[in-house]
Design a protein around this ligand. Structure first.
Ligand code: ADP
Ligand code: MG
Length: 592
């Protein structure tokens, strides 16, 4: 059985046909129910019904029921999906046997005990990663009254023969009656019923046993009214992901819970007998006054009709959930936020044929009910998550607005430095370009000079030009004429050139240091301010890009100076220059 995430999901209906029991055999009853081999189809008389599953008789063995119908619901609880299992059918058809509501000694294990085992198995597997909280409640709806089967006083009183036939009416003085409440979020809750916190399977089983005992004792006192009561055993599973999950010791990948907090409920419902309580009479006639229909089951039938009829549903017909306590309590289980399975229990005996047919008709309509299960997150946890994100964002904004630490002013300063370095680089480039032209071609060619001047831009370049231009003229002459005095000037020129490169190297060094500082500051902020990290991450990348451009320029410059030297400078000059450039290079490399 697959259940879709957040999508419409129909109520699944399974039929459980029990074998003929002792009494029926004694009466010589015949089996009047046929299961179509290999198909989830039941035939009775001329009627044929198809369900999601058919167990018992010649259908699927009953032992497969839990794995196919209930195990996926237990699994769903851990993903935050509510679930409901309803056992429907006439008295004696096997509802209590199927659900395992009454814990009796014997080999058969019903759905509730198996669900508990599956639940605790899974908890055991996940306990290193998730904190679990389990609560159970067990109530009975009898004559439109909700009885708390786990109320310690009721449990005690139920054991006492009070003689008035109203054990269920006994209540502790001052204790408010159990009431059904609807929260502002539409969630139905019971107020005043006992919710027992349990930590072990044993404790949970004890709750089931105690509640069943209370119900059974009450029924004896009330002339077997248990067939008129609905019993609802509810398990609430809360999960909170641990802050520091412990990894599985075997190194196996562990299951991940996507949410920090989840809460889901599993309702296990043993409904009242579906048969109409006829006035017993030899004539077999049904007298209107003698027919008592359980109000809960009647309302349930009407809810199923309203929900199961596509036409009515599209017209937005009223669903009479409020007509009974049962339908009110199961509002979410039918047409709402729950994955729901109904198990229709039937007797195969021919004497029950009419009730069996009614049960199959009733259950068949339930298959049309569309539920909408959703993951039940804690609304407060959701709000907290949203607010935490907002806080992070605002913190980032604040840091930016203050300009403190890694503010925009710093970034602007770095930008300006880079810009200045770029211009200085251009100056050097321009200078070298001019120098090379004087060496290799007609030094007086105006066109070239014009081209070189074309590089002029910005304050940095002007500054550079002021310091280098007089040398430029001297250099030009010295190279052309080649006299010793001019060589001295040339050395001076090279010296100036190298000094400039030196300062460029220092600037780069400084820039690298600042970038490093910013990077480490960024790392400090990274954990709690995602927005900030992204913002400065981008800025940092831009700066790195600019740094790379400056370094590239420097390398080009270096190459040009070297080729220039190879092209006929004096060894003395070249060596001095290379030495300086190497120092410069070492500085830059050392800091990047
Ligand atoms: P209900 O709760 O619907 O009134 P019970 O669960 O009490 O019915 O079952 C009535 C009787 O039938 C019990 O004696 C029970 O042991 C027996 N019974 C029910 N289902 C099965 C089954 N699948 N196999 C064998 N016996 C069953
Ligand atoms: Mg029963």
């Amino acid at each position: 059985m697959t259940m879709e995430h957040g999508e419409d999901c129909c109520v699944k209906v399974a039929v459980h046909a029990r074998p003929l029991i002792g009494d029926e055999k004694l009466q010589g009853c015949k089996d009047c129910v046929t299961v179509v081999p290999g198909k989830p189809q039941v035939q009775i008389g001329t009627h044929s019904f198809t369900f999601d599953h058919v167990y018992g008789s010649s259908g699927t063995p009953s032992t497969a029921m839990f794995d196919e119908c209930v195990a996926p619901l237990v699994e769903g609880l851990f993903q935050g999906y509510n679930a409901t299992v309803l056992a429907y059918g006439q008295t004696g058809s096997g509802k209590t046997y199927t659900m395992g509501t009454a814990c009796k000694e014997g080999t058969h294990v019903g759905i509730i005990p198996r669900a508990m085992a599956a639940l605790f198995d899974k908890i055991e597997k996940l306990k290193n990663q998730v904190d679990f909280q389990l609560r159970v409640s067990f109530i009975e709806i009898l004559k439109e009254e909700v009885r708390d089967l786990l109320d310690p006083a009721t449990v005690a009183a139920g054991k006492v023969e009070n003689g008035n036939g109203h054990a269920g009416k006994l209540s502790v003085p001052g204790k408010p009656p159990v009431q059904i409440r609807e929260g502002s979020n539409g969630v139905i809750t019971l107020s005043g019923s006992t919710e027992v916190h349990v930590t072990t399977q044993k404790e949970m089983t004890t709750c089931l046993e105690q509640g069943s005992l209370s119900r059974a004792t009450g029924s004896t006192n009330m002339n077997n009214q248990s067939s008129r009561s609905h019993a609802i055993f509810t398990i609430t599973l809360e999960q909170m992901r641990k802050a520091d999950p412990i990894m599985a010791s075997d190194g196996m990948p562990i299951e991940e819970m996507n949410d920090d907090y989840l809460c889901a409920k599993l309702h296990l419902v043993d409904l009242a007998g579906s048969e109409r309580a006829k006035r017993t009479g030899s004539d077999g006639l049904r007298f209107k006054e003698g027919v008592h229909i359980n109000r809960g089951l009647l309302a349930l039938g009407n809810v199923i009709s309203a929900l199961g009829d596509e036409k009515k549903r599209k017209e937005g017909a009223h669903v009479p959930y409020r007509d009974s306590k049962l339908t009110r309590l199961l509002q979410d289980s039918l047409g709402g936020n729950s994955k729901t399975v109904m198990i229709a229990c039937i007797s195969p005996a021919d004497i029950n044929a009419e009730e069996t047919l009614n049960t199959l008709k009733y259950a068949n309509r339930a298959r049309n009910i569309q539920n909408k299960p959703i993951v039940n997150r804690n609304p407060i946890a959701d709000e907290m998550k949203r607010m935490r994100q907002q806080l992070e964002y605002l913190q980032a904004e604040l840091v930016l607005a203050r300009g403190g630490g890694v503010g925009s002013d710093d970034v602007q300063g770095l930008r300006e430095r880079i810009s200045w370095l770029e211009h200085t680089n251009e100056d050097l480039c321009r200078e070298l370009y001019g120098l090379r032209n004087h060496v290799h071609s007609d030094p007086c060619e105006p066109e070239l000079h014009k081209t070189v001047s074309g590089y002029t831009k910005g304050e940095g370049l002007k500054r550079s030009l002021q310091s280098t231009e007089p040398f430029d003229v001297l250099m030009t002459d010295s190279v052309r004429e080649g006299n010793p005095k001019d060589i001295d000037d040339e050395v001076a020129k090279e010296w100036e050139h190298t000094m400039l490169q030196d300062s460029l190297g220092k600037e780069l060094n400084e820039l690298n240091k600042q970038l490093e500082k910013k990077e480490s500051e960024m790392k400090g902020y990274g954990h709690d301010t995602v927005a900030l990290k992204q913002h400065f991450g981008k800025k940092l990348m831009e700066l790195e890009e600019e740094k790379r451009a400056v370094q590239k320029e420097r390398d080009r410059l270096l190459a040009e100076v070297e080729s220039l030297n190879a092209d006929g400078q004096t060894h003395k000059v070249r060596d001095a220059q290379l030495q300086k450039l190497k120092t410069f290079e070492a500085q830059v490399n050392g800091s990047s």
